[in-house]
Design a protein around this ligand. Structure first.
Ligand code: HAM
Length: 429
């Protein structure tokens, strides 16, 4: 039997109500905050990510699904990659379509996206090789920290609307590239005497991008890294002020946060503000729900004009896992069809198709039997269908035009005309 590839999975119908709810609330948040949707291709030139996300990042180094396009083995530049994230693609599109062209000074372009991303990570609960992100980017000339605070306020509303509790917002400033060079030197100096005790990955990181040591999950490494100088100690004056203003904006909105000087994020494009929202402990090791930050140099890195940017993405898979059991149960229930039609006899069968059509025209969600079954079996099938009601049609019902409407959770049954049935079910929808 052929099965799904490791790290990928089917999202089955019984979970769809949860996915749809998160997507709907996200779209509503984006509508309220003035974001427009953009859809970029699922594969792009490899160079977009190697330049955008950064050669030294784990994503580019180890996790990309890259292939040479068929028939182009002889040509350079035809290496393609399934997108591991969408910020680089959105900025590429912003540049390609000159979205900056007709903007007045300070005016921003607000875009959002939803779709699958691909990373060849070690699969575990909450971590997949094909996973889904919903994200948003604010692009333009402005580096006002109010932009960051507004997006975080939007996320705050979104999480509350989904009743996802016990989240923690972690913030940091990773400064400007120039000061980062100075800091990295200091960090490497401080790491050097410990190299023999650090894991192989950290030794590699020491060579390629020492900042990444803060991502290490190895206990021994973590205890060494806890004593290392952090990036905030080296922040340039402008980044320091930016961070203070950003915090003041969050305070003014009553948004709680924790400053985590060791949070550096796994992508290289960030400048100044970086943040993550962690979910409740129930999620296990993969508890980062949202990640984002400012990336004021990305447009230029990708060959575009100077343009600043800030954005975030959340993992839909992890957001679904974060919904409370009671919320998930309520969503599943609300998603179930309204009525299941059971018939007895061929006259009733023909009638049941017409009644099904009328109920559907009235906006109800209806399942209708095609096969005649014994009453008991048909009712068992109706219960399994998760419908809220069964509508029972036999010869007597056809003659009297009054049908048996059974509430499948309480077992109560009434004999009603079609108009009454529609009225009853519509109220409950
Ligand atoms: P990221 O932190 O790599 O950031 O991913 C954002 C979120 O995607 C994570 O917090 C997590 O919820 C989810 N995620 C990432 N990898 C996986 C995986 N293997 N399985 C399940 N979920 C996963 C970015 O991708 C940036 N583009 C975010 C951003 C937008 N920064 C600025 N603008």
């Amino acid at each position: 039997m052929i099965q799904t590839v490791r790290g990928t999975r089917d999202i089955l119908p019984e979970d769809m109500a949860l996915w749809h709810r998160i997507e709907d609330v996200a779209r509503e948040a984006f509508r309220r905050y003035g974001f427009s949707e953009i859809r970029t291709p699922i594969f792009e030139k490899t160079e977009l990510f190697s330049r955008g996300v950064g050669e030294a990042s784990d994503i580019v180094n180890k996790e990309m699904y890259t292939f040479i396009d068929r028939g182009r083995e002889d040509r350079e530049g035809e290496s393609l990659t399934l997108r591991p994230e969408n910020t680089a693609s959105v900025v590429r599109s912003y540049i390609q379509h000159k979205m900056f062209a007709d903007k007045s000074p300070g005016e921003v372009t607000k875009l959002y996206y939803a779709g699958p991303m691909f990373r060849r990570e070690r699969p575990q609960a909450g971590r997949y090789r094909q996973f889904y992100q919903i994200g948003a980017e604010v692009l333009g000339a402005s580096d006002d920290p109010a932009i960051e605070a507004e997006s975080i306020e939007m996320l705050d509303w979104f999480l509350k609307e989904l009743k996802i509790a016990n989240t923690r917002l972690m913030i940091n400033s990773v400064g400007e590239p120039a000061m980062r060079v100075e800091y990295l030197e200091k960090l490497r100096e401080a790491l050097k005497p410990h190299l023999a005790d650090l894991c192989e990955d950290c030794n590699q990181r020491y060579e390629t991008n020492a900042l990444r040591v803060f991502d290490c999950k190895n206990e021994k490494c973590r205890s060494i890294i806890a004593d290392m100088p952090t990036i905030n100690d080296y922040l340039d004056q402008a980044s320091r002020e930016h961070f203070e203003q950003f915090r003041a904006h969050l305070d003014a909105r009553g948004v709680e946060y924790i400053v985590n000087p060791r949070m550096v994020r796994g992508l290289d494009y960030y400048t100044r503000t970086a943040f993550e929202i962690l979910g409740s402990d129930g999620l296990g090791a993969q508890n980062t729900l949202v990640g984002g930050g400012r990336y004021d140099k990305l447009s230029e890195t990708l060959g575009g004009p100077p343009a600043k940017g800030f954005g975030f993405a959340f993992g839909l898979d992890r957001m679904v896992l974060s919904l409370s059991e009671s919320e998930a149960a309520a969503l599943r229930l609300a998603d179930s069809p309204d009525v299941y039609i059971v018939f007895m006899g061929s006259t009733a069968r023909s009638k049941s198709f017409l009644i099904a059509r009328d109920l559907r025209l009235a906006g109800l969600s209806v399942l209708v039997e095609f096969e005649e079954r014994k009453m008991k079996k048909a009712m068992a099938q109706a219960s399994r269908s998760r419908c809220r009601y069964a509508l029972i049609i036999g010869d007597d019902e056809v003659a009297s035009e009054r049908y048996g409407l059974k509430n499948l959770s309480t077992g109560e049954q009434e004999s009603l005309g079609i108009g009454e049935i529609i009225g009853r079910l519509k109220i409950q929808q």
